[in-house]
Design a protein. Structure first.
Length: 564
RNA sequence: GGCCCCUUGGUCAAGCGGCUAAGACAUCGCCCUCUCACGGCGAAAACGGGAGUUCGAUUCUCCCAGGGGUCACCA
């Protein structure tokens, strides 16, 4: 068969050669050891947590080595194209602080455009480039056209390819069928091709695989180590009938032309690695280094781990935003599961930016992990505890503006007041860690506003304390309350009230002989706390009263007294 | 079912032939303390199973089991 003629027949309009492409996308001028990585999502409109996980690795590896990190949009599936998905994707990534050096970006009008010399970065715009290499493969007898339509294909199939249960018989039948089909597809004459083309029949381009499933391909994955798999012997599709490449073909062409050095992707891609290695070899390209990352999982109803899907809580990174997690908290959490020694480093370097952490591929786990919300919360509390009151204010206000407008209005009405509340216990060596989510702030500090204030707890502790004692304590406190007191004087007054009512003012004395007292100063404080905050728990009462102001304190205590 | 990946406490995990098998989160105590939060101390909790190599296996090899992934003109 005259392959050069066949190539010309199939791609009459392709005049560029692979050499032209190489000239157009020359090697990058980068320092020794610099890594070129990419985040290459298909635009479905949302970012998967696993995607952010991978993007973080990409970003660290590239920037830690003075390399390049770029964004490529893998929009080769027209059927799945979602309107505005690419824009949404770029925005979400930016929101999470993922910074690309080049690739698809948004211009000032919000339209997707390119930045960088290796574009276009949207695969749907790279058609001509793929065709140059497709033509080459045909000319070299490594790929061939297949005119079997999808419908004919399905008819040909005696077995259900998408069958849920795959028995031994199923596998044998499927393998045999595939063998027969491959043989049938490969046997064609030039006349038949010309006839099909003349008739305008659609066709796909398939690789003419030289693989032998009896033989093994061996390669080293940077995370999994040495991997041994059967060679690919399937004539998989390179170009779909619409002329757009499949993932496999686009991956080889793009990552070569864009000079990607490290391909980081989920381990669901591991089974197709032999296809990719074969393609790189066919095209005469040097294969990149592969890193197949373990997946982020969830627990299903049977207690088994399952790949986290976009529908699962936490699968879509937007979930975290909506729930009230700060983006940097999610990233910080991701880092802790990405590198096993990150937490140790963080403890030693509490104030350094995460970019100072020496990210190490060897410290990556080969096995999948569960999303651990309690852990995320803990990480978040730590991150937030290091922020200033101003920062927390800005962030809470921004989150509330989107998810709790009513509360946002309250917050922005008097920023100074909010900041004085948020400043309680902030700073210093042992900062308070009251909330890990912006959504928890309202419950934490709502009592500072009359419209959110409500007595939630029982001031009598279930009848443990007599109403008369409580009233007496509240009255005594009001009588002596002076905003000018410092915290010591303030507390001394409470102790005095305790003594008067037969409550121990000295905790040690109380513990030594609890029977001798009606309660202790902590109980008296509790009466005040419930009256003023409505709750059994609150930050330091002295500070709370200082912020609330005399009128509000007295009014609330009075209201509590009257309600008893 | 074939192929491939994974397997240390509830979760994330150190470990890289010899240890009372780290640490973090969560849980439970105690301490600090006006409550909470913070912080401190402590408890409980693990090498999936079986062979083999070895003086000695969590660690190396093989087998099995379990879990996961994949088998498209989707990525």
């Amino acid at each position: 068969m005259d392959y050069a003629y066949l190539a010309q027949l199939l791609f009459p309009n392709v005049t560029d050669t692979p050499a032209d492409m190489e000239a157009r996308y020359p090697a990058r001028q980068l320092p020794e050891g610099a890594k070129v990585t990419r985040f290459a999502p298909s635009p479905t409109g949302f970012v998967h947590l696993g995607g952010l996980y991978g993007a973080t690795i990409d970003e660290r590896l590239a920037h830690q080595s003075q390399g390049v990190f770029y964004l490529r949009i893998e929009d080769t599936d027209a059927k799945r194209e979602v309107e505005g998905a690419t824009e949404k994707l770029i925005k979400t990534l930016a929101h999470y602080g993922v910074e690309f050096d080049e690739g698809a970006i948004l211009d000032e009008n919000g339209n997707v455009t390119d930045k960088g010399a290796y574009g276009p970065y949207k695969q749907s715009q790279r058609g001509p480039i793929y065709h140059v290499f497709a033509k080459q493969l045909v000319a070299e007898g490594k790929a061939y056209p297949c005119f079997t339509t999808e419908e004919e294909y399905e008819e040909l199939q005696a077995i259900d390819k998408k069958a849920e249960v795959k028995s031994k018989e199923w596998t044998e039948a499927a393998n045999e069928e595939a063998r027969q089909r491959k043989l049938a597809m490969r046997s064609f004459t030039m006349e038949e091709v010309e006839a099909h083309l003349a008739a305008g029949h659609p066709w796909v381009l398939r690789i003419l695989s030289d693989g032998d499933s009896e033989k093994k391909v061996i390669f080293t994955d940077l995370i999994k180590g040495k991997v041994e798999m059967p060679e690919n012997d399937e004539d998989f599709v390179l170009l779909k009938s619409d002329g757009i490449p499949t993932y496999h073909f686009a991956h080889a062409v793009d990552d070569h032309l864009m000079h990607t050095t490290h391909v980081i992707r989920g381990e669901e891609w591991l089974p197709s690695a032999p296809k990719h290695l074969q393609l790189f070899r066919y095209l005469g390209f040097k294969a990149p280094k592969y890193m197949h990352t373990a997946q982020v999982m969830k627990l299903d109803e049977n207690g088994n781990k399952k790949k986290l899907s976009k529908r699962d809580m936490g699968g879509n990174v937007d979930d975290y935003t909506r729930l009230g997690y700060a983006t940097e908290c999610v990233c910080e959490y991701l880092l802790t599961i990405l590198n096993s020694n990150y937490e140790e480093w963080r403890m030693q370097n509490p104030d350094k930016p995460y970019t100072d952490f020496p990210f190490n591929i060897k410290k990556m786990s080969a096995s999948g992990c569960l999303v651990d919300f309690p852990k995320l919360n803990d990480v978040s509390k730590n991150v937030i505890s290091k922020m200033t009151a101003d920062e927390v204010y800005d962030r809470v206000a921004a989150w509330s503006a989107e998810f709790d407008p009513e509360f946002a209005a309250v917050l922005t009405a008097d920023p100074a007041y909010v900041k004085s509340i948020l400043a309680i216990g902030r700073g210093g060596k042992k900062p308070r860690k009251d909330f890990g989510l912006w959504s928890e702030v309202k419950a934490y500090m709502g009592f500072f506003y009359d419209q959110y204030f409500a007595v939630q707890d029982d001031v009598t502790a279930g009848g443990k304390f007599a109403v008369a004692d409580i009233k007496a304590a509240l009255d005594a406190f009001c009588a002596g309350f002076d905003m000018a007191d410092d915290s010591t004087v303030w507390f001394d007054k409470i102790k005095a009230i305790a003594d008067q009512l037969g409550f121990a003012s000295d905790m040690k004395a109380y513990k030594a002989n609890p029977e001798a007292y009606r309660g202790n100063v902590a109980d008296v404080s509790m009466f005040l706390r419930v009256a003023v905050t409505g709750k059994l728990n609150s930050p330091d009462m002295y500070t709370v009263m200082q912020i609330l102001g005399r009128d509000r304190v007295l009014a609330r205590i009075g209201a509590m007294r009257d309600s008893l």
